[in-house]
Design a protein around this ligand. Structure first.
Ligand SMILES: Nc1ccn([C@@H]2O[C@H](COP(=O)(O)OP(=O)(O)OP(=O)(O)O)[C@@H](O)[C@H]2O)c(=O)n1
Ligand SMILES: O=C(CO)[C@H](O)[C@H](O)COP(=O)(O)O
Length: 445
């Protein structure tokens, strides 16, 4: 059985999971859930999640249902699954998809190595899809391989940025109150039009909230509500918390959620989601050198320049590459001062390929060479460096984006400073943009 509070597995995983959880919240919730014994790692409530993913995404206005739209070449739903499956105390995840998309969903699970996912057929409305997911978890179903959880999380497949802390809060609150859901302040005021298209009345914005996801329920409460509810509710309802109130008299606890919980609905939301993901995977850059670092070293100076250029980003040295890969750093700058080939870059690429790091996100590798006209003739240098195109094509197959950067290395200190600054700007742009159209290019600073 999983230990509670969450985060009881391997150190790297645990570190990742616990980010964003606050000690006081954890302690309070742990004791709330289980009485004494929080410090000893007491038993967790059995928690499962149901993800409705059977919609057609009409408002998105593209033929592909939005949950399958690619973001950095990976379907949106895979990000949501990733966010839920990394939470160790969620035992089962049930995804409701249309029969038509069942095979595509199976492929996504296999391709991105998702674990603990069960599929059920969705219904013609969101409520019906959720009900199908709940049925799969209920005890009274024949041939059911899933076990009935104490608490069930309901979360839209198209809300990829759900964090463990909000899941933890809704589950904890559901255990106490029977139901709980994330809310956000309203962005716009809600008004009611009359039949003639004129304003009937408007709501006082500060007194209302937008209901978001995730929501969590005692399983028996929400299952009972779905069993009791009318066809009208199943057809036109949009709020699970409302069903718990209407049919089980449960007043849901409302939990303040983060702005990233919004539901991907329109095309612009895909662009926003892509930007958030790019931003998140660009927070750490590992600089690998082909020589020992010292302060005067041109590679070291480039690294310092990079730190100045990206002052919110963690720039580390690649001394322990295995560890850095394990910590999920997605950006590598391979600085070649002593050599003018790709030996070091190739070693790094091999390690990355073996690690499978790039299964979920594109990994950027920038191979930096210095151009000193006085020691190596330009033509000879270029001849070597053009091989980068072939390497780049090869590693692109495993989702590694390889770029080349040639930094001019003049004797004049001021000019050198300028080309290092330019190099750092190019590196920052390549990492931020992750443009697969530019792979294999040799950019010059
Ligand atoms: N019959 C349906 C309809 C919706 N959903 C899911 O419910 C979530 C939230 O619904 P919504 O944003 O409305 O999705 P769509 O119905 O696909 O979008 P639209 O209303 O624009 O058509 C989505 O993950 C969607 O796939 C579902 O499982 N089954
Ligand atoms: O925001 C929500 C919480 O209640 C639901 O995600 C929303 O109601 C889904 O409804 P629709 O399918 O109409 O977008």
């Amino acid at each position: 059985m999983e230990s509670w509070p969450p985060g009881g597995s391997g150190p790297a995983e645990a570190g990742r999971r616990l980010r964003g959880l606050h000690g006081a919240d954890l302690a309070a919730s742990a004791s709330l859930l289980s009485g004494a014994g929080a410090e000893a790692g007491c038993s967790a409530p059995a928690v499962a999640a149901v993800l409705p993913a059977g919609g057609s995404g009409e408002r998105m206005g593209v033929p592909t249902p939005k949950q399958f739209c690619p973001i950095l070449e990976r379907p949106l739903i895979s990000y949501t699954l990733q966010a839920l499956e990394r939470v160790s105390w969620i035992k089962d995840i049930v995804v409701a998809v249309t029969g038509e998309n069942m095979e595509a969903m199976k492929y996504i699970i296999q391709r991105y190595q998702h674990k603990g996912i069960s599929l059920v057929e969705s219904g013609v409305t969101r409520h019906r899809s959720i009900f199908n997911g709940l049925k799969a978890l209920a005890e009274d179903q024949p041939n059911c391989r899933l076990s009935k959880p104490e608490v069930v999380i309901i979360h839209d497949a198209v809300r990829p940025f759900v964090e463990e802390d909000v899941l933890f809060k809704v589950v904890t609150a559901a255990k106490e109150h029977g139901a709980a859901g994330a809310i956000r302040p309203l962005v716009s005021t809600v008004i009611s039009p009359s039949v003639d298209g004129c304003l009937d009345h408007s709501l006082e914005r500060v007194r209302h909230r937008a209901s978001e996801m995730p929501q969590a329920f005692l399983f028996d409460v929400i299952y009972e509500a779905y069993q009791q509810c009318s066809d009208y509710d199943l057809e036109f309802g949009t709020e699970c918390l409302h069903l718990a109130l209407k049919y089980c008299h449960i007043k849901a606890k409302l939990i303040e959620g983060s702005p990233d919980l919004w539901k991907v609905t329109y095309k612009r939301d895909l662009y926003a989601a892509e930007s958030i993901i790019k931003e998140r995977i660009s927070q750490q850059i590992c600089v690998v050198m082909d020589t020992k670092e010292d302060e005067e070293h041109v590679g070291h100076r480039l690294k310092e320049m990079l730190k100045n250029e990206l002052n919110h980003v963690k720039v580390t040295s690649g001394r322990d590459l295995q560890q850095i890969i394990l910590e999920q750093c997605y950006n590598f700058v391979c600085v070649n001062v002593m050599t003018s080939d790709f030996e070091e870059t190739q070693k790094l690429l091999n390690m990355l390929e073996e690690s499978n790091l790039s299964i979920l996100y594109p990994v950027v590798v920038i191979s930096v060479q210095f151009l000193d006209y006085e020691s190596v003739p330009f033509g000879q240098k270029m001849g070597n460096l053009m091989q980068i195109r072939e390497f780049a094509k090869e590693v692109k197959k495993t989702n590694i984006l390889l770029y080349g950067l040639l930094v001019y290395y003049p004797q004049d200190e001021q000019k050198l400073q300028e080309s290092l600054r330019q190099g750092a700007t190019i590196i920052a742009a390549l990492i931020k943009e992750r443009n697969s159209g530019l792979i294999g290019q040799l950019l010059v600073a």
